[in-house]
Design a protein around this ligand. Structure first.
Ligand SMILES: Nc1ncnc2c1ncn2[C@@H]1O[C@H](COP(=O)(O)OP(=O)(O)OP(=O)(O)O)[C@@H](O)[C@H]1O
Length: 381
């Protein structure tokens, strides 16, 4: 949980400090005021990069060469100061945790598990399988970090070596056979972890989805990246000529996917935009609930423009689920009224008005609370 956040030179935010609520934080303001930039700053604090671009230059304020995000994280034993700084001049990245330099961004990611829901997230269903693999691996990484991360590095190394041999036409030597063995071992172990994770996620997802909307017949199926009836070794052997011709490995965990269907057709082909948003939100929320259940820790949700494309009952249902999870959540919206009547009496809501890159706590948010009895009475059309 972030207790304090200080942002320096991220986009139009030259300098800002806020003390967020441990539960619900709403950032509202006009277009271009800097709301998404606050979420971006938190993302930089959590994984040292933006979720909007892979380059750092557009993120750093145009009058500066360095951007810094500092956060104080609340943990059971007290608080941990974290600072992440990116420098354009020498392209350097500095991560400081409790006064010590940290070399790996994966260690940083473990300290601050983040879930982002933004317009790009909606590509989860329609975009490339890589997005869905990243989705699965977020869960496996955060729940089974000790097992997954070394395996994933091992698999990547074996795959790289195998592809390099394929590209150089060295397909008959013992070298390829030994990389096949190494690749298969790591692949099977990764498949096991992913499969286990998805099996646990599906019932949570079904429950969350049913609280959000009534989409019957929506199913999720995990595809491991190769034929489920055959071993990877058999598949690699029978596909060797094809792999050699194209210079890369066609089967394996690098091809895993999630197949999300409505009955027999792909869900993206039949769902409306609002329904797609709800399904993606249900997937992300399910990860949050499962993470909490399996690790007894909580992730932080960054939700960009929650109200767009959702009608009032569905906004309410979504906000109620965030409150039920009781994770720290940051939600942006243009008008604060868009999320009026969404909060339970016990939820600690802080509203921040973002204006020209400045962030002010709204002392008089004027939000009407819903009464307990009214909660979760959502009519589905
Ligand atoms: N490198 C930069 N330096 C200074 N200002 C920038 C830089 N990059 C973007 N901006 C400006 O900073 C602001 C960033 O806005 P941001 O995307 O956070 O807005 P927002 O409040 O989320 O808007 P919307 O409601 O339209 O999504 C914009 O006004 C943009 O023009």
């Amino acid at each position: 949980m972030i207790q304090q956040l200080t942002i320096t030179d991220i986009r139009n935010i030259v300098s800002a400090t806020l003390k967020p609520s441990p539960s619900m934080n709403v950032l509202y303001g006009l277009n271009g005021s800097g709301k998404t930039s606050v979420l971006e700053a938190i993302h930089i604090l959590g994984v040292a990069r933006s979720f909007r671009t892979s380059r750092i230059k557009p993120v750093i304020n145009r009058d500066s060469e360095v951007c810094t995000v500092f956060g104080r994280l609340g943990v059971t034993s007290g608080s941990v100061p974290i600072g992440v700084s990116r420098n354009l001049r020498d392209e350097s990245l500095q991560i400081r945790v409790s006064g010590e330099n940290l070399k790996s961004t994966s260690e940083l990611a473990r300290l601050l598990p983040l879930q982002v829901i933004n317009p790009d997230t909606f590509r989860l269903l329609e975009g490339s399988p890589k997005l869905r693999r990243n989705f699965i691996d977020w869960g496996v990484f955060h729940v089974k970090h000790q097992d997954f991360f070394p395996l994933w590095k091992r698999m990547q190394k074996a795959l790289k070596q195998r592809n390099s041999l394929l590209r150089h036409g060295r397909i008959n030597g013992s070298e390829l056979a030994s990389w096949n063995i190494e690749f298969e071992k790591a692949a099977n172990a990764i498949d096991l972890l992913r499969n286990e994770y998805i099996e646990r996620l599906i019932p949570v997802f079904n429950q969350v989805l049913s609280e959000l909307t009534d989409l019957e017949n929506l199913t999720i199926q995990y595809y491991r990246g190769w034929d489920k009836e055959r071993s990877l070794n058999e598949v690699l052997t029978s596909g060797l000529a094809r792999d050699a011709q194209s210079g890369y490995t066609h089967s394996g965990p690098q091809r895993a996917d999630l197949r999300i269907r409505m009955g027999k057709v792909s869900a993206v082909d039949v769902l409306s935009r609002g329904q797609l948003k709800l399904v993606v939100c249900a997937l992300k929320l399910a990860q949050g609930f499962l993470y909490k259940e399996l690790s007894s820790k909580q992730c932080i949700f960054l939700v960009d423009d929650l109200p767009s494309e959702l009608d009032i009952p569905h906004r309410l249902a979504l906000c109620q689920l965030f409150q039920k999870m009781s994770c720290q959540t940051f939600i942006t919206c243009v008008e604060k009224e868009a999320l009026g009547n969404c909060w339970l009496p016990e939820t600690e809501v802080k509203m921040f008005h973002v204006k020209h890159g400045q962030i002010a706590l709204d002392e008089n948010p004027g939000q009407q609370r819903i009464r307990r009895a009214e909660s979760l009475e959502i009519e589905h059309e």
